[in-house]
Design a protein around this ligand. Structure first.
Ligand SMILES: N[C@@H](CCC(=O)N[C@@H](CS)C(=O)NCC(=O)O)C(=O)O
Length: 199
């Protein structure tokens, strides 16, 4: 398999982490958006929306969207329940991550790490950080009552949410007010096969 990848992207890291957990070998192709590499005709043919990650799951079959890739890779493994409410709960957290968590925490992190902020962006950053904190409050409530997000075990949902939660401080969103989230981060880092974002 070939992964079209950006080293510092949490969405790409989700896929690298799942591949590592599954012990799957893959070729890493680093894409540089600043050089326009996500907007070339060749890349847009792989993902019409021009974003990484994209995984070539079999020759000529390209799958974008991090959480879709996670589900495809995890199918038939303990990381993705086969059916019923356990599977629905994993999906609940995956969809929530894309709507309420990633657009706030990942964007705040990206802006702080990689962009020069003008006044309008600074105001918008504060809004994203506030919404990011609200997302972490929701995670904290869930993880106060359970060790894992869904299905009573470590799943695709934990992989997806871990990616940007553990680097939230890089977006100016501290984790000190969230002890259950911090304990869960430590549990994820202890899962056999875990690899860090920087690997
Ligand atoms: N919903 C997508 C988001 C993908 C995304 O935003 N990718 C960013 C990196 S994290 C990207 O490709 N940025 C470069 C660009 O937009 O050109 C997913 O979960 O995979």
């Amino acid at each position: 398999m070939r992964l079209f990848d950006m080293p510092d992207s949490g969405n790409c890291y989700k896929v690298r982490l799942m591949l590592a957990l599954l012990g799957r070998r893959f070729e890493r192709i680093v894409i540089d958006p600043d050089a326009g590499e996500t907007r070339t005709a060749e890349f847009l043919a792989l993902n019409p929306y021009g974003k990484v990650p994209v995984l070539e799951v079999s020759p000529g079959e390209f799958l974008p969207e991090s959480n879709a890739i996670l589900c495809h890779l995890a199918e038939g493994t303990p990381y993705l329940p086969a059916a019923g409410m356990d599977r629905a709960r994993v999906m609940q957290w995956l969809f929530w991550e894309q709507y309420s968590h990633e657009p706030n925490i990942a964007v705040a992190r990206h802006w702080l790490k990689h962009l020069e902020l003008d006044e309008a962006r600074r105001a918008e950053l504060a809004v994203r950080q506030e919404k990011g904190r609200a997302a972490l409050e929701a995670l904290e409530r869930r993880l106060t009552e359970a060790d894992w997000l869904a299905a009573g075990r470590f799943t695709t949902a934990d992989v997806a949410l871990f990616a940007y939660t553990h680097v939230a401080p890089e977006g100016g969103i501290g984790l000190n007010p969230f002890p259950a989230v911090r304990a869960w981060i430590a549990r994820v880092e202890d899962v056999p096969g875990f690899v860090p974002l920087s690997a």
